[in-house]
Design a protein around this ligand. Structure first.
Ligand code: GLY
Length: 393
């Protein structure tokens, strides 16, 4: 078990506990007498580890609310529903709201906790790799509004975040790969030897899965469960390493005035890809590995595509390298390919330009683009979308 703190100045304001098992969660919950758990209905039904958490919560007389988790349900209405439930159940200022689920559930329950009675304490147990390494750390809470993602929200830190790879055993493969992209993104920002360790692990997991499930014809669910059990120590180490990177960045720049922007590596492109995919739907040729169903593109897949584009942009910006595939781009895309993460963008820079111009983080006509110079070395550079399109042509 490892504890990582998020600081404001010298004061620890939030703690992240990384553990291979679930026992530590009970210890984290012990100080809180009135627990209100908001749990993703899907994981409550499908994840054995979450069933054990629910039993633990029942033993602590916690109240439990199951919620639907989808981008469509990530709204103020759902947050109001959570607030109504808290009110109906007499949640007081000493309540602890525990969110159990992926980033959608933690963002919504966190936001409800920030506004209910002007703020009650909250904690997270993220159940996806993506939320373990990114969404549940750093205190961003919020909901979608009109057609904008996460446009309403606040930054406030949870009491604690409990990270445990055991919950990943029932995660759909595609969601796991979404988390792979965010983890590799974190280590492109700050390496410490973890980028290659993660790339190797995800290559091993992907090859072992293919061998056992696709070639030897074993049950996919059983193969996945065995793989998660086999690799849980290395996964926990890498999840902890990613959490340490993010906790460090957030401690230095909680409210995203500067350094925290680098966590958005690949995200300006990713946002454009996700938006176009929503509008488009259907299939598109991505120019590399074939036809792609863009409608269901996951956030992590879009981030992977965005990172590959960011690597190309960086090479052209710093080195005027006009080759089709540059060295860093080739390395990152090969690692995603080996981990089974689609990473070739099906849209041209011109197609993405209109949406990138509306990036909510744009200032004075310029967008903060995070450019990877090498693994573990990124810089934020303000560029107009026109400059980016010209460089990527
Ligand atoms: N997901 C980026 C951040 O938390 O700042």
């Amino acid at each position: 078990m490892e504890q990582i703190n998020i600081y404001s100045g010298k004061k620890a304001i939030s703690r992240i506990v990384v553990a291979e098992g679930l026992q530590g969660l009970d210890a984290c919950l012990k100080p809180y007498r009135h627990i209100y758990a908001v749990i993703d209905r899907n994981v409550a039904e499908k994840c054995p580890a979450v069933s054990r958490v629910m039993k633990m919560l029942e033993d602590r007389q916690a109240r439990i609310r199951l919620v639907e988790a989808s981008e469509e349900s990530k709204t103020l209405e759902t947050v109001m529903d959570i607030c109504s439930w808290l009110l109906e159940n007499n949640a007081d200022r000493d309540a602890l709201v525990l969110a159990v689920g992926g980033g959608i559930v933690t963002d919504m329950a966190g936001f409800a906790s920030c506004i209910y009675k002007r703020g009650v304490r909250f904690a997270y147990m993220p159940t996806t790799l993506l939320s373990q390494v990114d969404a549940s750390i750093g205190g961003k809470t919020g909901v979608n509004f009109h057609k904008y993602k996460n446009i309403l929200g606040v930054i406030r830190q949870p009491e604690f975040t409990y990270l445990c790879p055991q919950v990943l055993e029932s995660l759909p493969l595609r969601d796991f790969h979404s988390g792979v992209a965010e983890m590799l993104k974190t280590f492109v920002i700050e390496d410490g030897g973890n980028y290659q360790k993660a790339a190797d692990l995800f290559f091993d997991i992907s090859s072992e899965f293919t061998l056992e499930a696709h070639i030897n014809g074993k049950d996919e669910g059983q193969v996945w469960k065995a793989l998660m059990a086999k690799h849980k120590r290395t996964l926990a180490e890498l999840i902890a390493a990613a959490a340490r990177v993010k906790a460090g960045v957030v401690s230095r720049d909680q409210f995203e005035r500067g350094e925290r922007r680098k966590l958005n590596l690949g995200h300006t492109f990713a946002h454009a890809i996700e938006t176009l995919a929503q509008q488009d739907g259907g299939e598109r040729f991505n120019g590399h590995d074939g036809i792609q169903d863009v409608k269901g593109v996951t956030h992590g897949e879009a981030v992977a595509m965005g990172m590959v584009l960011a690597a190309r942009l960086a090479d052209r910006y710093y080195r005027s390298d006009r080759s089709e595939t540059t060295e860093l781009e080739a390395k990152i895309s090969a690692d995603f390919w080996d981990a089974d993460v689609p990473c070739y963008c099906p849209y041209t820079p011109e197609e993405m330009a209109g949406i990138m111009k509306k990036d909510k983080k744009a200032e004075g006509g310029k967008v903060h683009f995070v450019l990877p110079k090498a693994i573990g070395d990124v810089e934020t550079v303000d560029l107009t979308v026109e400059e980016v399109v010209a460089l990527l042509k």
